[in-house]
Design a protein around this ligand. Sequence first.
Ligand code: DX5
Ligand code: ZN
Length: 230
Amino acid sequence: MSFDRSVKIAPSILSADFANFGAECEAIEAQGADWVHVDVMDGRFVPNITFGPATCAAIRPHIKGVMDVHLMITPVDPFISAFADAGADVITAHVEAGPHIHRTLQAIRGAGARAGVALNPGTPAEAVSSLLDMVDLVCVMTVNPGFGGQKFIHSQVDKVRQLRTMIGDRPVHIEIDGGVDPATAPLVAQAGADVLVAGSAVFRGGSVRDPAPYGANIKAIREAASGTYV
Ligand code: DX5
Ligand code: ZN
């Protein structure tokens, strides 16, 4: 996977039809999604439970592009190989998930996936300053993790700007996760983000039987991010 900082839209299947994940992944890719964002939650790191490696393995054949797995779990290390074996292209762990994030990131790359590190809204950018040469992605949470459809936390835009400076010309993506829509997308894109996760703003108004709204929603977010939204 070559590196470029063009805007990528990564719909989160947390907002998809849980009874039709495979078809939903095919639908969002057909409607223009660049990555598929998979929100794994354990009910301990976050107050919600979603799915695990088996679901990732089941949807993998239905995803042509990048399967971007966001682990909102603790501990992380015992499960890394299961998600890598399930076909995750990117595995992102939270810097808050335990005392040994350096070892976790080594293990993710060791398992053959690209490594991401995520920061909750209460965690400063400095928390990842010593990790920037061992990650492929930094994920800035713009909501408190656990649920879709929450309000974007505007204070995180400065953190994006700060991270963009810290990263410099390293091949490291800045991913935004939570409350992304055509109104908030320009704020984070201008601050230096290039991967925009969006759940409710992509899936709203559509369905597996009528996926056209997915395409219109993705297009609106992409155009807003690149400043061409009319
Ligand atoms: C929240 C998840 C996000 C969420 C985004 O814990 O990590 O990926 O699904 O959903 P929206 O775009 O609806 O805020
Ligand atoms: Zn997520």
